[in-house]
Design a protein around this ligand. Structure first.
Ligand SMILES: Cc1cn([C@H]2C[C@H](O)[C@@H](COP(=O)(O)OP(=O)(O)OP(=O)(O)O)O2)c(=O)[nH]c1=O
Length: 191
């Protein structure tokens, strides 16, 4: 398949599941329409990334148009939508918001088969419970490189994993790509 993503986590999740990938990241404007829900936001952006990639393939690489394109977007939400933090202060605010309580992580996925025009866009949500972090814990975490390219300023699969108490739903949805539902869509496309 074609993975329209620059995220090493998404690549790893699909490779672990045995998929062969061609990586063609889509660079799109990630500005969201005002008042959009988190679920609609991740579907909107995943769709935008997959559509941009499909357009590129049909124009520049038609030999790839029989391969399904997969694109995704992940946000954390707790009252507000949290994408990637702009800076340390923004990351601090996000970590303080999720500390000692639960939040949700939504990953939107868009799958397009350019040759046939088949398309599926869906969203999967996991509820995550985070331990209470002391001020020192927060500052020490912000000193690492981990928060700055992650939605909600943390990685469940990384250093921050020790602060995750439990979760309800799929783990890979939190990391950035729910593999099993993607496989189901691809199987349906092949029928
Ligand atoms: C919450 C959480 C997010 N993340 C990551 C997944 C995504 O890579 C990132 C959210 O940013 P996204 O904008 O969804 O994706 P991206 O910019 O990394 O990649 P692309 O748009 O090219 O597909 O946060 C984790 O790795 N672990 C986590 O626990």
């Amino acid at each position: 398949m074609v993975l329209a993503s620059a995220s090493p986590r998404r690549k790893e999740l699909l490779e672990q599941a045995g998929y062969n990938l061609i990586i063609l990241p889509a660079d799109v404007d990630e500005t969201l329409p005002d008042g959009i829900s988190p679920e609609d936001a991740v579907k909107y952006l995943a769709n935008k990334k997959a559509e941009a990639c499909a357009k590129f393939i049909l124009k520049e690489k038609p030999e790839l148009s029989d391969l399904p394109i997969v694109a995704a977007d992940t946000v954390v939400y707790k009252d507000e939508i949290m994408g990637k933090p702009m800076d340390r202060q923004d990351a601090k605010r996000m970590i303080q918001t999720i500390s000692g309580t639960f939040h949700h992580v939504a990953t939107g996925v868009a799958i397009i088969l350019p040759a046939s025009g088949k398309k599926d866009v869906f969203c999967d949500v996991t509820k995550v419970y985070c331990k209470n972090l002391s001020d020192d814990d927060v500052e020490a975490y912000l000193d690492t490189d981990e928060p700055y390219d992650k939605a909600g300023a943390y990685a469940i699969q990384g250093i921050f994993g020790k602060y995750i108490e439990r979760f309800e739903g799929r783990y890979d949805t939190v990391v950035g790509l729910p593999v099993e539902p993607i496989t189901e869509v691809l199987n349906r496309f092949n029928k």
